[in-house]
Write a protein that binds this ligand. Sequence first.
Ligand SMILES: [Zn+2]
Ligand SMILES: [Zn+2]
Length: 206
Amino acid sequence: MANAAIPIQFAYAPTHNGMVIPYIALRHADGTPEFGQIDHDRVAECLLEKRCQLCAQRLTDTAVLMARPQDFGAGYGPEPAQHPQCAAYAIRACPMLSGRLPRHRDRTRPQRRQCSRPAACWCGQPTEPSADAIIRSGRAATPWYSVRFPMAEYELKTSARKGPRGISLALTNPKIRLVSWGGPDQADLGRVIVFGLPLPDAGTDG
Ligand SMILES: [Zn+2]
Ligand SMILES: [Zn+2]
């Protein structure tokens, strides 16, 4: 579904195949995005500067965080947050907009596509899939939740060595909605119960 209405703040945003290119999407040297791969420097920038992962503008009074059951277990979500309207767009337009594709993939190696400037780009270099990608590949798609919270509660989880890790899920009264149920494994199901997360039957509208 590439034809979701594009929110007003993206009027001048770069698009690719009819989709807004998320700020955190990895880009090739020729400027084309690699949907589903994230630019870790931009992720850190968004987390630290309280910017939206989609439009890169500063978050204002309310933010939405996308989180998996395992993130609730860890106590933080590793993705930068979004404006509510940006999150709504990303959910409608395409889940991989937000860098979630790798965790849904069922193959070990991401498809290699070279851009028009491979000599100057990461795509022209021989690489092996990262350990993280291997662990995630072949796993059933995990459930995804949207977590809406006031920016007054925005708190970074950081580590001394790796810098910002994500946004704390220790929130007073977050509004949690199921975005996609996928095919949760036993560990996911356990966390859904433990953290009282919404189930597919319990109102998945919108
Ligand atoms: Zn490239
Ligand atoms: Zn935004």
